[in-house]
Design a protein around this ligand. Structure first.
Ligand SMILES: NC(=O)c1ccc[n+]([C@@H]2O[C@H](COP(=O)([O-])OP(=O)(O)OC[C@H]3O[C@@H](n4cnc5c(N)ncnc54)[C@H](O)[C@@H]3O)[C@@H](O)[C@H]2O)c1
Length: 394
């Protein structure tokens, strides 16, 4: 039975342990948790179905967890700003590490993380389910088989139908914007498909035009006299099928609490043009006010000989041969966590622990390359200038 230590056992880790990890390795044991929310987690462990264990020991820090719990692997699922400091501690132990994205939220953190892992034996599974999802892997195979020729251009689209989750009080301060929070996944898999890292980015973001506003601080739908007509009230979201997750009373997404472009607010939409080290170019766009069937996520990759396109919401891939009278289509089964990518990540993590593989498909370099590209996009959107992406040197 494999022994796991968890740092930050919140919603994401609960879903990951109770779903993908259980699917891949039903017999794991959580031998220690580091998380200040001990009472809350203890109460919820059974409901979450993450483990059948009656008792899970909590430890004050990673060093004590490793010393006393003797885990075979560590998972870090804290809030974003703490991924780097905990990963730097974990780098000391050489244990396989599952690390949530974004791996860092600032340049200072990313540089420190890169330095710590340059001399570490710890192999990391960065939590990038899209890159390893069956649909993306199939698209990658089409590209690597040479069927489209050398990839020259990529257009990535992400119309997020659950974007209202990013407009809560304090969310910008915690997330540092949606390039780091959301595009970190997309730029990662796009670099994977193109077989090349991003060298230069030009980006724009629109902020405070849809979400945010002048409604009073502290306002929630249940106290709002516009709840009957507001499109975001639980009642209207229910009626229109536009809710994401649990449809309950919530903070007003149009209030001063959400922030302003001056004080910090997550963007309504953002886009970037990309130049890859290979010389290929591309674009990426993410939109956070789309809803329902507007959801789209995927890419169109073109070379001289063909174009391959796929969409995770529709679960299909189309391969158009430019110079042959054929178009191939593939469909995939839907319904899995993160389009099947979470099971793949769990499988890599477990295989590393058992020594069945030596390298993760989402090693620390992928997390860093993505963070450097996202930080460059953020800076570009704030300054109006193209920004060179810091290369990963490991
Ligand atoms: N890879 C993905 O597809 C994906 C999906 C969802 C969320 N995430 C990421 O997962 C992370 C967690 O998100 P969440 O929704 O579970 O948040 P959450 O708030 O539910 O969980 C965070 C946990 O970290 C704990 N924590 C806070 N301070 C701590 C400390 N000093 N030491 C140890 N633990 C501490 C909190 O008590 C909480 O239990 C975020 O970084 C998010 O970006 C990734």
């Amino acid at each position: 039975m494999i022994r796991l230590g968890i740092v930050g056992y919140g919603h994401r880790m609960a879903c990951f342990m109770g779903g993908p990890m259980k699917n891949v390795e039903p017999d794991f044991q959580v031998v220690g948790v580091v998380d200040p929310a001990e009472a809350f987690i203890r109460k919820r462990l059974a409901d979450w179905g993450c483990t059948d264990q009656k008792e899970v020991p909590f430890y004050p820090d990673v060093a004590t967890l490793v010393r006393e719990g003797k885990p075979d692997g560590l998972l870090i699922g804290t809030n974003c700003a703490m991924h780097t400091p905990f990963a730097i501690q974990a780098a000391e132990y050489g244990l396989p590490l599952f690390l949530e994205k974004p791996v860092s939220t600032s340049m200072e953190q990313a540089v420190a993380l890169e330095k710590a892992f340059r001399k570490s034996k710890t192999e990391v599974v960065v939590s990038f389910p899209l890159r390893v999802s069956p649909l993306c892997v199939r698209a990658q195979q089409a590209i690597e088989s040479g069927e489209i020729g050398r990839p020259e251009h990529i257009a990535g689209l992400n119309y997020v139908p659950y974007g209202t989750v990013y407009y809560t009080p304090g969310s910008y301060q915690s997330l540092q914007g949606l390039f780091l929070q959301k595009a970190t996944h997309d730029l990662d898999y796009m670099m994977g498909l193109m077989g090349s890292r991003v060298r230069r980015v030009g980006a724009m973001a629109s902020k405070g035009r849809v979400f945010g506003g002048s409604k009073p601080a502290g306002l929630v739908c249940s106290k709002c006299d516009e709840a009957e007509t507001c499109k975001e009230s639980p009642k209207n979201r229910q009626r229109n099928g536009s809710a994401s997750g649990k449809n309950k009373d919530h903070a007003c997404v149009f209030s001063v609490d959400i922030g302003t472009p001056e004080t910090g607010i997550c963007e309504d939409s953002s886009s970037c043009v990309l130049e890859f080290e290979s010389g290929a170019t591309g674009v990426y766009t993410q939109v956070f006010f789309s809803r329902r069937d507007a959801g789209r996520r995927g890419s169109i990759v073109s070379g001289y000989d063909g174009t391959v396109s796929f969409d995770w919401y529709r679960n299909d891939i189309t391969l158009v041969h430019h110079h042959k009278p054929f178009t191939d289509t593939f469909t995939s089964k839907g319904g899995a966590n993160h389009f099947g990518g979470d099971d793949e990540l769990a499988s890599d993590f477990v295989d590393l622990i058992h020594g069945r593989i030596k390298r993760s498909r989402t090693p620390i370099e992928t997390g860093l390359a993505s963070v450097y590209a996202c930080l460059a996009a953020k800076e570009s959107s704030e300054t109006g200038r193209f920004v060179e992406v810091r290369p990963v040197e490991m």
